[in-house]
Design a protein. Structure first.
Length: 299
């Protein structure tokens, strides 16, 4: 059983999209993954998203994805919602991954918009519906047109929200008008998928975050969220502004690259990246240290 949740917060409020640690020779580091997962949950995460793009899912095998879910569940058990990324641009493959994640014990699924092949809205509707039909697990949609090439239109979100197992959306669209209408009309639990926009999305109805910078600043994200929920707009804004250098620094280049560099600086499990991703240069690492220090992160 996953931790207690409500229909309004089916996966909790603060989740980190976890990187996948590798050993020095590029193999899956399950021990490192377990240690990192425990660290993130201890820091205050309600949940972890595994096998997403921040977990380098394009370059991990189906077997590795399965092993990672099982290992993290063994490490953190029911202390956090374990959400497995199962989205691909092949519906049949996504259904297979969803069923495998359910067998592994995942508490929920994250399904990204099919990328590159640019399906029409009816294709998106059928794709996400097929994933939701495949298991008994709750599903979080992931709307990120900057990577997928296609947004999930509001009307499609409203249709999908009628499925009993489609319960949430991770929003990386960056459109507050569309988000406002979709939240109001769909009733889905809305999660910010863009750290710079965490606070603004809360203001229009989001319930929490699926974060990348949560690897480094989960306690501060929790404080921001708690301040907002308590109606302390000034405090929430102050925390948001304090974190601006962190938000900026962690996305000067691809987020997995900077996250693994930041974890390494803090002597936490990360390891190398798999091509086509590459490590930060010495200059980029120096800039990352400056950015993190400006945001109050101790290295």
């Amino acid at each position: 059983m996953a931790p207690i949740s409500t229909p309004q917060t089916p996966f909790g409020r603060v989740l980190t999209a976890m990187v996948t640690p590798f050993t020095a020779d590029g193999a899956l580091d399950l021990d490192g993954a377990q240690r990192l997962a425990v660290h993130l949950v201890d820091a205050g995460n309600d949940g972890l998203v595994l096998n997403g793009t921040t977990g380098e899912s394009p370059t991990t095998s189906d077997a590795e994805k399965d092993q990672l879910v099982r290992a993290v569940l063994e490490a953190v058990g029911d202390r956090a919602h374990i959400v497995a990324g199962v989205g691909t641009n092949d519906t049949r493959h996504s259904v297979e991954l969803a069923r495998a994640a359910e067998r592994a014990g995942a508490h929920g699924l994250l399904a990204v918009t099919p990328y590159y092949n640019k399906p029409p809205q009816e294709g998106l509707f059928r794709h996400f519906s097929a994933i939701a039909d495949a298991t008994g697990l709750p599903v979080m949609l992931y709307d990120i047109p900057g990577r997928s090439g296609v947004p999930i239109d509001t009307e499609t979100i409203v249709r999908l929200a009628q499925h009993p197992r489609i319960v949430a959306n991770k929003d990386a669209k960056g459109d507050f008008g569309r988000a406002s209408w979709a939240i109001a009309r769909s009733g889905l639990a809305w999660y910010s998928g863009d750290d710079m926009l965490n606070l603004p999305l809360l203001a229009v109805g989001a319930v929490g975050f699926v974060s990348v910078v949560g690897h480094i600043v989960t306690p501060e994200l929790r404080q921001l969220l708690d301040a907002h929920l308590a109606g302390d707009v000034q405090k929430a804004t102050e925390i948001h502004q304090k974190l601006l250098p962190v938000f900026t620094g962690m996305f000067r280049t691809q987020g997995v690259i900077t996250t693994k560099a930041a974890l390494t600086l803090r002597e936490l499990p990360a390891g190398p990246l798999r091509l086509p991703l590459v490590e930060l240069s010495a200059h980029e690492t120096a800039q990352l240290k400056i950015d993190l220090a400006a945001g109050g992160v101790q290295l």
